[in-house]
Design a protein around this ligand. Structure first.
Ligand code: MF3
Ligand code: CO
Ligand code: CO
Length: 264
């Protein structure tokens, strides 16, 4: 399958799915507190998606080739967990930083977004890593327009991350999204300006940089899902789903509680 161009009708449904995904993050934010288990966060989000929004949690039982079915409805990636952290009975504690990643399906279309949350008071280093990663995501988003290249996105993200003393995870990337959770193209968070696919209006994809405080290497845990930094350094991630418009971009995963874009 190649890159899909969304129709006006598809785009309208993507807007709804995107806003709903972001609203799950708004809903869960006050619950991300010391002593809560990530399983409790999963249960709260699951019940909100299924019971209130009437959305389908896309991660639940998701099984790409080579993976066992994902056992939860959200991903919770704490501290040195890079991505795909599986909720469990471990309790969050003050000083933890956690990425919550939500993907919902509404009316056949996916919305995919994640944010970092601080539990209690984070270290200065953890806060800075999260802020730089947020800025990396937004620099990537702001390069999106028809005629730009995927490599332009990768380059601006890599440049900011590395000039801040951090490293970019190579093994996971953003992705086309629509009727399928993961569509073409792959959206790398590193690379060279002018390389790769040329963007066209109507494309929808995620930008979701994973940035490590230490070295870029990762390791997969025995559960088959959880990805951690090999050197156990902190890792951060933010994710939005974006649409390429005639004028530039539209972020589809915004809601009342989404942090505002940083100053340009
Ligand atoms: N939401 C993740 C992404 O941004 C994918 C999670 S797959 C899951 O692409 F099965 F772990 F949920
Ligand atoms: Co994604
Ligand atoms: Co996601």
């Amino acid at each position: 399958m190649s890159v899909t161009i969304k129709s006006a009708d598809d785009i309208q449904r993507m807007r709804v799915a995107g806003r709903l995904a972001s609203e799950v993050l708004d809903f869960i934010e006050p619950h991300v507190r010391p002593n809560v288990t990530t399983d409790a966060l999963d249960r709260l989000c699951h019940d909100y998606m299924v019971g209130v929004q009437k959305t389908i949690p896309a991660p639940l039982h998701y099984a790409p080739p080579g993976y066992t079915p994902y056992p939860r409805s959200i991903c919770t990636s704490v501290n040195h967990v890079v991505c795909h952290g599986v909720p469990g009975d471990k309790r969050l504690k003050a000083g933890d930083v956690v990425n919550v990643d939500i993907t919902v399906i509404k009316d056949g279309f996916h919305g995919d977004t994640s944010r970092m949350f601080m539990v209690g008071e984070p270290s200065i280093q953890a806060r800075r890593l999260s802020e730089v990663t947020f800025d990396c995501m937004w620099r990537g988003i702001r390069t999106v327009k028809p005629g730009a290249f995927l490599g332009d996105i990768g380059q601006v993200i890599q440049t900011l991350a590395e000039s801040s003393g951090y490293s970019v995870v190579r093994e996971f990337c953003g992705h086309g999204i629509g009727r399928k959770f993961h569509e073409e193209p792959q959206v790398l968070h590193y690379g060279r300006a002018g390389s790769g696919l040329k963007l066209q209006a109507g494309m929808t994809f995620t930008i979701e940089p994973m940035i490590n405080a230490g070295k870029p290497g990762i390791r997969q845990l025995a559960d088959g899902w959880t990805i951690v930094t090999k050197d156990h350094s902190l890792s951060a991630q933010w994710e939005h789903t974006v649409l390429v418009t005639n004028e530039g971009f539209e972020v589809l995963t915004l809601s009342a509680g989404a942090p505002p874009a940083p100053p340009a």
